[in-house]
Design a protein around this ligand. Structure first.
Ligand SMILES: Nc1nc2c(c(=O)[nH]1)N[C@H]1C(S)=C(S)[C@@H](COP(=O)(O)O)O[C@H]1N2
Ligand SMILES: [Mo]
Length: 376
């Protein structure tokens, strides 16, 4: 049996173009993905994050289509493709796509599965990237491994496509439903935690600890004041002991960031905004609650009705521990029904007002009403 080796000229131009496109778009997907995920890069690119997020999803969707093309169009026959060049992109590419879709569809999938999907989306991309490098290396050196087994040459057909894509999709289902990822994350904790050292026992790691200023602002409880101001009868500056004396409010809720990561079942403890209203007595015209951070940059705004939702609180504990400094110590807002950017950290002023303010991310185009939706 004769084997026709790869010759550029014999491939249809559209297929070569597609191949180059796939490589280019993979690189762009990695670059935009890293920009969204890695806090250091993330912070430097703040004004562009909303658009980078859209680009990442658009590229991902096109990437998905390019993976399916060989299924739609029969490739020229002649045993020309190494089996692993065909099997690996499907086996690894399919679960990257599936986990990506899970991250995109925030309200469509359970948070626990999505938080695993986030981890696997990253790990599988690293695997895929490593394979592309090996593939490029082989090609550049013109190395031709012995043609048998996984290194054998095949004509990719639809049956093969279906088999390996299904295997990849099934794999994605398995890793997001059960959790072999916890093994990997225990070995390399920085992969899911933004590289800030281990969390205290019982405290869940968040996908990233964001900050829009350089570093995480520090505050001692002795210096801390919570200003409660605005259109109110009795404006106040609460010391930490005053904050503590307000009746405690507890809840367990999922947390979601717009950039894809989620944390299931976070236990928050803190105070409900209705308690602050009892203290300062807002006047009749108050329609908004505005929030300010002592990082000097971040701000947020909620309608009064939103702020009084039973799920909204000012939290000082998470999973039974005081907040970490990165998480907004000593006090942060938590709005579980909305994307994470509403949950302002390092809270220092709550203002009851007839007017809303434009929050930090809202200035960069994020919507004011940040209710979780499935996707963009
Ligand atoms: N002051 C301040 N609050 C903030 C942010 C920030 O950068 N600064 N990031 C927001 C975003 S986009 C998210 S997703 C959550 C992240 O919470 P975490 O840092 O505890 O993970 O905090 C929100 N509150
Ligand atoms: Mo976020």
């Amino acid at each position: 049996m004769t084997i026709k080796w790869f010759k550029h000229g014999k491939w249809p131009r559209w297929l070569i173009g597609l191949h180059h496109y796939t490589i280019g778009s993979f690189i762009l997907l990695v670059v935009t993905g890293v920009a969204l995920y890695l806090p250091i890069v993330h912070t430097a690119l703040i004004p562009y994050l909303p658009i980078i997020y859209q680009i990442h999803i658009l590229l991902g969707l096109i990437f998905t289509v390019t993976l399916i093309v060989p299924f739609l169009r029969v490739l020229p026959a002649g045993r020309r493709i190494w089996r692993y060049d065909w099997v690996l992109p499907l086996l690894v590419g399919a679960p990257i796509v599936v986990t990506g879709i899970m991250l995109w569809g925030v309200t469509l999938f359970p948070t626990t599965a999505r938080s695993r999907a986030f981890t696997w989306h990253g790990w599988l991309t690293i695997l895929f990237g490593a394979w592309i490098l090996v593939h490029a290396f082989y090609k550049a050196l013109g190395i031709r491994p012995k043609a048998n087994g996984i290194a054998g040459r095949v004509d990719p057909d639809r049956r093969m496509f279906l088999r390996w894509t299904s295997a990849g999709v099934l794999g994605a289902a398995v890793v997001t439903v059960i959790d072999p990822a916890s093994l990997l994350t225990r070995l390399m904790p920085q992969q899911t935690g933004g590289g800030r050292g281990p969390a205290s026992a019982g405290v869940q790691r968040f996908g990233a600890y964001y900050t829009v200023v350089s570093g995480y602002p520090k505050m001692t409880l002795a210096d801390y004041r919570l200003q409660v101001t605005g259109d109110v009868a009795k404006p106040m500056a609460l010391q930490w002991s005053d904050v503590q004396s307000v009746p405690k409010y507890r809840e367990t809720k999922d947390f979601h960031c717009v950039t894809g990561w989620s944390v299931p079942n976070v236990q928050w403890e803190g105070i409900h905004i209705s308690q602050l209203m009892k203290l300062v007595q807002p006047r009749a015209g108050v329609k908004y609650v505005n929030f300010y951070s002592f990082d000097g940059q971040y701000s947020e705004s909620l309608k009064l009705s939103e702020a009084l939702d039973p799920t909204v609180l000012l939290a000082y504990q998470m999973d039974g521990q005081p907040l970490r400094q990165e998480q907004g110590y000593p006090l942060r807002l938590v709005v579980p029904k909305m994307y994470g950017y509403k949950s302002i950290k390092w809270l220092t002023r709550v203002e009851f007002s007839a007017q809303p303010i434009t929050g930090y991310w809202e200035r960069y185009g994020y919507p004011n009403e940040a209710y979780l939706t499935s996707g963009v």
